[in-house]
Design a protein around this ligand. Structure first.
Ligand code: ADP
Length: 516
């Protein structure tokens, strides 16, 4: 039982007994009957059923002389009849009586030996009928009684209970623990009848040496675990920060390396172009007989030199393009272009090649098409590449070039539907209309698995024997074409069926009415 509960129980006990004494006033209410010892006794026996902790109760007359007395429980030496309250100075009762008389309120004596000689205290109730002082009702309560009242509620954990009225001890249950063990003391105030407070102090057994050691140990272990965890977390955090810094460094390095590679390729390719141009130029001069006629034996090798040098120059040109694209060094000069004359002009370049292979060539571009906004040089490069591939991979049948306006949102490729790539020449991401320029062939077609792959750098389908380098190609054409198409704000896509032919579509932004 804690100090607060103990205090509450003592407070309750005092209040009940205080009220019981007040009820004695009823004895005087009936003025028709004299207040005999018998009536007093009968009344007190009834009252004791509610306020059963009184050791004894007595009644004085208005002059303070004790007239009636009743002792409960074991017999105790009765008070000498007629004793004056002031004569029991030792109990401090005189002072309490005077205060009670003056304030007309319940008083509690200092603690000490009660009338029966047992330690305890007395509750003193001044009795008044209106302003008329009738006398005192007093009741003694022993320390033992208080203890007995508290006993059922004790848990056993408390080693001592101390009830203090100012400096006086009312009840003391000795702490039995050895002095070496520390106790925990809890205090609570007790309101006593008539005002004023007592104090309750309950002491609990402090942990013994072993328990204390155990508690210390547990505390230390918990603290160490906490410190270790904290350190671990900190180290993790530091490691994480280091790793992310390292990643950042690596990614910048990678970007830098990639750019350096592209720059290097661009520079080297550029350096290669000059001697290659010389080789091609001088070979042409040789073949044209500028340096004298070639002997029949020399014609073959010189032709081989010419074709190899041309292939090499094409390769270098493409590497240069891809390097420039990667390094973001390729410039775009967009302008409005009338597609029909533009395509006719480009197609005329490959016409010879097409007819040499015995293929049909058809062109279907309406002159009513809106103009497109693009860089003609780059578009030409794309178209030449697509036409070259179409001829190269079409053994029989024909090649068709067509263009149409696409207004249906759903028809556009995924990439064109969203903003294109950040490199778009168009400032607006949601361009209204597109013109799709298609190169279709009836050639070998491309398997579904290869349809995306062929747009990668150096990607070829079934690369075949490395004999004829001119026929073999470089595997860079489509990679460059797609990058260029995207750089122009559009895209390059393919539809194909193996053995039936392929259709490559270049998506171009239609010039807006207001811009035209
Ligand atoms: P290459 O120099 O090899 O032609 P490209 O990048 O232009 O390089 O093409 C990559 C590959 O895509 C080619 O090797 C070929 O396998 C395939 N390809 C390109 N165009 C066509 C086409 N019209 N029909 C069938 N396959 C094609």
């Amino acid at each position: 039982m804690g100090a607060v509960e103990t205090a509450a129980r003592v407070e309750g006990l005092l209040a009940v007994h205080g009220e019981a004494l007040k009820s004695v006033r009823e004895l005087y209410a009936d003025t028709t009957r004299p207040l005999t010892g018998e009536r007093f006794r009968a009344f007190m026996m009834g009252m004791a059923r509610h306020a059963f902790s009184f050791r004894g109760v007595w009644l004085t007359d208005s002059s303070g002389i004790i007239r009636h007395e009743i002792v409960f429980g074991a017999p105790a030496p009765p008070l000498p009849a007629g004793i004056d309250i002031d004569t029991v100075q030792a109990l401090g009762l005189g002072r309490a009586a005077r205060r009670g008389y003056e304030t007309q309120s319940t008083q509690i004596s200092a603690s000490g030996p009660t009338f029966a000689g047992e330690p305890g205290f007395i509750i003193l109730e001044p009795l008044y009928a209106g302003d008329r002082f009738l006398g005192f009702a007093g009741g003694s309560i022993t320390s033992g009684t208080i203890l007995r009242n508290l006993r059922p509620y004790r848990s056993g954990a408390e080693t001592g209970i101390l009830l203090l009225a100012g400096m006086d001890t009312v009840v003391a249950v000795e702490a039995t623990e050895p002095a070496s063990t520390r106790s925990n003391v809890y205090r609570a105030p007790v309101r006593v009848p008539g005002g004023g407070t007592w104090d309750v102090a309950v002491t609990y057994r402090g942990p013994d040496r072993n328990t204390r050691l155990l508690l210390w140990g547990t505390g230390l272990a918990t603290l160490s675990a906490l410190v270790v965890t904290l350190l671990h977390e900190r180290r993790q955090g530091v490691r994480l920060a280091e790793r992310s810094a390292e990643l950042e460094r690596l990614s910048t390095e990678l970007l830098r390396a990639n750019r350096a590679k592209s720059e290097f390729l661009a520079n080297v390719s550029h350096e290669l172009r000059t001697p290659l141009n010389a080789i091609v130029g001088f070979t042409d001069l040789l073949r044209d007989g500028v340096y004298g006629d070639l002997s029949p034996r020399q014609v073959g090798p010189v032709d081989r030199i010419a074709s190899s040098a041309n292939h090499l120059r094409q390769l270098v040109d493409q590497v240069l393009d891809i390097a420039k694209l990667a390094a973001g060094r390729l410039e775009v000069h967009a302008e409005p272009i009338d597609l029909r004359p533009f395509v006719l002009d480009v197609v005329s370049e490959v016409e010879m090649l097409v007819s040499e292979r015995g293929l049909n060539l058809s062109i279907a571009i309406s002159s009513a098409l809106p103009r497109v906004r693009t860089d003609p040089m780059h578009l030409r490069q794309i178209l030449v590449n697509l036409l070259g591939n179409a001829v190269k991979y079409t053994p029989s049948g024909g090649v068709a070039v067509r263009a149409r306006l696409v207004t249906d949102e759903r028809e556009r490729p995924e990439r064109s539907r969203t903003a294109v790539d950040g490199l778009s020449v168009s400032s607006s991401g949601n361009h209204a209309d597109w013109v799709v320029l298609q190169v279709a062939d009836s050639g070998i077609g491309i398997a579904a698995a290869d349809r995306e792959r062929i747009f990668g750098e150096f990607e070829q389908v079934g690369a075949g024997p490395r004999g004829d380098s001119v026929q073999r190609g470089t595997g860079l054409g489509l990679a460059i074409s797609r990058r260029l198409a995207r750089l122009l704000g559009g895209d390059l896509t393919v539809e194909s069926e193996l053995g039936r032919g392929s259709t490559f579509s270049v998506w171009l932004q239609a010039e807006r009415e207001s811009e035209a």
